[in-house]
Design a protein around this ligand. Structure first.
Ligand code: CP
Ligand code: NVA
Length: 337
């Protein structure tokens, strides 16, 4: 990503983060992040600004340590992960905290013991929990049964940390959000739900093209329309080229999400004409970027020429996970860990 900073301004940026952190200036201390709806517009912008300051500090090799022992983050994974696993683990360490990674075989969330009991144990040892779960309800149960922040690292309903990183990457690329249109082409899934809410909060237009029967949840579309300046700013269609027309961002995700493997064949059929390829990119704005939360299934939802082409910013997005999540960790976990 661009915008390397001088050591001096990086130090000032870290001082600014430290002050915001000490004063709980975003009023996020102790809160959970299960959905984009857990954030106000100001909190969202404050997190993006914090992420920018933390990125500047990293680029200038200026330490941004906030936490001291015993601040620790538990990372619970019911599903595989590369980006979420690495960026939360490193992000917490870069802020001076510790991490404990718990895979599916280790804790058996809801099977070896109940979700509330897991929460009540963990809060005795750690400052916050990031969890990647099958059912969003497990996150709600964790949150409702302990006093520490719960962070959604992907559920069947939302992927808010991904959306924060996406919004950060978009703002870095375009310098702001005004007048931008996102075209999302593919499955009406967790990634789209959070992106749609976030885009609406930032004042962007979003048009999602999904096959019939694979649209986003109606309640989330409605919530996004309520958050948007104008309800028409959030539109659902079944025509990819219509969604892509004039878009500044063309976004896609896998057609079969983790946990839906049994539906894979039916989904391949249903999504065949929803591939992001050169034809779709040609319908977008001349300066459009291509985005994907990754992992990508090349030749399904995206072709190699788009994924590896000059418009692709998918690895900027991946990098942005680190900066955005450090901002989340900093603002949710306080000085007393
Ligand atoms: N985008 C994302 O969440 O990647 P992982 O599944 O690798 O964590
Ligand atoms: N929709 C995908 C996102 C992976 C990061 C899934 O849930 O598997």
């Amino acid at each position: 990503m661009s915008n390397l900073s001088t050591t001096e301004s990086a130090a000032e940026a870290v001082d600014g983060v430290r002050e915001l952190w000490r004063s709980d200036g975003l009023a996020l201390r102790g809160k959970s992040l299960l959905s984009m709806r857990d954030l106000s517009r100001d909190q969202l912008m404050g997190l993006l600004d914090t992420a920018r300051a933390l990125q500047a500090a990293s680029a200038a090799r200026t330490p941004s340590l906030l936490f001291s022992y015993p601040a620790a983050l538990a990372l619970i994974f019911e599903k595989p992960s590369l980006r979420t696993r690495v960026t939360f683990d490193l992000g917490m360490q870069q802020l001076g905290g510790h991490t404990v990674v718990l895979g599916p075989a280790e804790i058996g969330l809801g099977t070896r013991e109940t979700v509330p009991d897991t929460a009540r144990n963990l809060e005795r040892w750690v400052s916050a929990i990031m969890a990647r779960v099958f059912s969003h309800h497990a996150l709600v149960e964790l949150r409702d049964n302990c006093g520490i922040p719960i962070i959604n690292g992907l559920s069947d309903l939302e992927h808010p940390c991904q959306a924060l990183a996406d919004l950060y990457a978009i703002r870095q690329r375009f310098g702001g959000f005004d007048g931008l249109k996102i075209a999302y082409i593919g499955d009406g899934n967790n990634v789209l739900h959070s992106l749609m809410l976030g885009a609406a909060m930032c004042g962007m237009c979003i048009a999602a093209a999904c096959p019939r029967g694979y649209e986003p949840h109606e309640s989330i579309v409605q919530a996004a329309q309520e958050l948007a300046a104008r309800p028409e700013a959030v539109a659902i269609t079944s025509a990819p080229l219509e969604a892509a027309a004039g878009a500044h961002v063309v976004y896609t995700d896998v057609w079969t999400s983790m946990g839906q493997e049994k539906e894979q064949l039916a989904r391949l059929q249903a999504f065949r004409s929803f591939q992001v390829n050169a034809r779709v990119m040609a319908a977008a704005h001349a300066e459009a970027v291509f985005m994907h939360c990754l992992p990508a299934h090349r030749s399904d939802e995206v072709t190699d020429d788009v994924m590896d082409g000059p418009q692709s910013i998918v690895f900027d997005q991946a990098e942005a996970r680190l900066h955005a999540q450090k901002a989340v960790l900093a603002m949710l976990i306080g000085p007393n860990g």
